[in-house]
Design a protein around this ligand. Structure first.
Ligand SMILES: [Fe+2]
Length: 302
């Protein structure tokens, strides 16, 4: 029986190789040969063998021990002032003018999309510098990825999850990452998140399966969405952590662990997401939104 299941999982790997090859061909046709190669390499290598950061040969210390072991580690909180500045920046970036977050949430929830459009925070140097300084995240990211800051790119966005009342709409058929999945963003990468409003049970809390970035059976390594019951039955160690916290609460996560956002039932969510990626592969894979981390280094003392 186990032999048969292994054979089936192997066939799914072959299917993934074919699908990603076809996706790569689309990039190659548009002239992006390097993008095509990196897409195929990263999607398959990271999904099957895990985050390239795990294979970094550079020295590691206690600073990154927890994120390496658990896939999750708390960070310093963002200050009230920075949270307020981020909320103001988010509202000011909308096409329409809003006096406060409540009017933004109320206006958009009736559209029945759960996730909002995202706002690029990297366009505001001052805000980005404050975030990196308050989280004191750069030494952790650098050690975890085994890369110097010159070799890392950053992506930073704010988006919202709405508590909708009607039938849910999907934007371009996308599920808004509200099913369990593993991110496959670049060869080496890590993410950090900060809540920008208080998050209690039912307000779109983020969930992560602790330690699920390691020792996965082959059938859970494929690029797809997974059900709670599938993970519970098949993960060698199933420990689901629901993350709650006041505005400013922050953490870093190896998002090759299974994770998801949840559909808000009680209140709305506003969250900052930071993504740190190796420039070597990310520069070829993404056309916009990723910036050299060194761009934000000038005012930061670490
Ligand atoms: Fe994700």
């Amino acid at each position: 029986m186990i032999k048969v299941l292994k054979k089936i999982a192997f066939l799914y790997v072959i299917k993934q190789l074919i699908v990603t090859f076809i996706e790569s061909l689309q990039y190659a046709k548009k002239g992006g040969l390097r993008k095509a190669y990196h897409w195929f390499f990263v999607r398959n290598c990271v999904s099957i063998f895990g985050n390239g950061a795990r294979y970094s040969s550079k020295k590691i210390s206690n600073l990154t021990l927890q994120i390496r072991d658990d896939g999750f580690m708390e960070l310093n909180k963002l200050s009230e002032k920075t949270v307020k500045n981020l909320v103001d920046y988010f509202l000011a970036s909308q096409q329409q003018k809003y006096d406060d977050l409540k009017s933004f949430f109320d206006k958009h929830r009736v559209e029945n999309y759960v996730r909002s459009e995202e706002v690029d925070v990297c366009l505001n140097n001052e805000l980005c510098n404050s975030i990196l300084k308050e989280l004191n995240i750069l030494p952790v990211v650098s050690e975890f990825l085994g890369l110097s800051e010159k070799e890392i790119s950053i992506f930073a966005k704010i988006d919202a999850l709405f508590k909708i009342n009607g039938e849910r709409n999907l934007r371009h058929g996308y599920d808004d990452a509200l099913e369990f999945h593993r991110d496959i963003d670049s060869y080496r990468f890590v993410k950090a998140f900060s809540y920008l409003v208080d998050i209690e049970k039912g307000s779109g809390e983020h969930e992560v399966c602790i330690r699920s970035h390691k020792s996965l059976p082959l059938k859970l390594r494929l690029i797809k969405r997974y059900k709670y019951s599938t993970l519970k039955e098949n993960l060698p160690h199933f420990e689901l952590k629901s993350i709650f916290g006041k505005a400013g609460y922050s953490w870093i996560e190896d998002t090759t662990s299974f994770h998801r956002g949840t559909i808000p039932k009680m209140g709305d969510r506003l969250m900052l997401s930071l993504s740190f990626n190796d420039k070597k592969t990310a520069d070829f894979m993404y056309d916009a939104g990723y910036y050299p981390l060194s761009k934000f280094k000038s005012n930061i003392s670490i």
